[in-house]
Design a protein around this ligand. Structure first.
Ligand code: RIB
Length: 295
């Protein structure tokens, strides 16, 4: 079983700040670093670290190829990543040192130059036991997910950054929709119906520091967050998604998959960065083991 992920690959420029900037303010950063990220690439790495077989479809500038070592080391298949003359997508990630909260500005660049042919070639390898995954940081999302659905793949859609029209257009083919609380409200308003009443096979609403809620074929329940020392929340949602989908596709019940994913996300936010902060499954098992022993 393979997960085909049409996903952004960004160079993340991290700025550590005493507080998040307000309109008209100029602020010197206390620290600066650059590393690989992008919601798509982060989710691929989280999936691979959680033990899933993952094929990433994306694009990056030729000159930034060495940055992909991090994805390769995690075990992500990169045969369907295009290397272009176009600059790589990048993100300006500003992190408040006190709260770990962030503000992010995106420049999509190469992520908007992925071609139909790349998707066609990647999906040639797919079969009906596979899953397709997409977020909202690349072009061709609807084409990719509809082609995958036609081939019988299950669809996971992480509707971030949120675009109401696109998300509502994809609801009917989505098997697992993951949104945060604000996105759930905006989507319900847009479609004029409470999204928890849509009878989606699986709907997860992430609630930040309050955990996450599930409504779907496996019932309706919430899972509790873990209490940790928050350093940087960037990429926590991506880590959660990767661990949920990997564990669900390994046959774990959704409640257990979400519990493991919450642990992975909790560990991830105790570290700086997005992709580089994603724990591997042994770390997550150790963390859960220590919690159950009361350590
Ligand atoms: O979800 C975190 C990610 O959002 C960052 O890695 C950044 O690239 C943006 O896409």
């Amino acid at each position: 079983m393979t997960i085909f992920n049409l996903g952004s690959i960004n160079l993340d420029h991290f700025y550590s700040l005493s507080h998040l900037v307000t309109a008209g303010e100029t602020l010197a950063a206390n620290d600066y670093s650059i590393s690989l990220g992008g919601k798509g690439a982060n989710q691929s790495v989280a999936l691979a670290k959680a033990g899933a077989e993952i094929c990433h479809i994306g694009a990056i500038s030729k000159k930034d190829r060495p940055f992909l070592d991090e994805m390769q080391k995690a075990g992500v298949a990169l045969d369907n990543v295009a290397f272009l003359e176009t600059p790589s997508g990048h993100a300006i990630v500003m992190v408040d040192e006190k709260t770990g909260e962030n503000q992010i500005i995106l420049s999509p660049s190469a992520n908007y130059n992925i071609e139909q042919e790349q998707i066609r070639i990647a999906l040639q390898k797919a079969n009906s036991s596979d899953w397709a995954l997409a977020q909202n940081e690349t072009c061709l999302i609807e084409d990719f997910l509809s082609q995958a659905k036609t081939k019988g793949l299950k669809i996971c859609y992480s509707a971030a950054p949120f675009v109401a029209e696109q998300t509502s257009a994809l609801i009917s083919i989505t098997d697992l929709l993951i949104v945060n609380e604000g996105e759930a409200e905006s989507l319900s308003e847009f479609i004029k119906k409470d999204i928890t009443k849509l009878a989606l096979p699986h709907l997860i609403i992430t609630l930040g520091s309050k955990g996450a809620r599930y409504v779907g074929e496996q019932g309706s329940f919430s899972i509790a967050p873990f209490d940790v020392n928050v350093v940087d929340t960037t990429g926590a949602g991506d880590t959660f998604l990767g661990y949920v989908l990997a564990n669900l596709t390994k046959g774990k019940p959704m409640r257990e998959a979400m519990h493991i994913a919450a642990a992975a996300a909790a560990l991830q936010i105790t570290r700086r960065g997005a992709m580089r902060a994603i724990p591997d499954s042994q770390e997550v098992e150790l963390f859960l083991g220590n919690i159950s022993k009361g350590r």
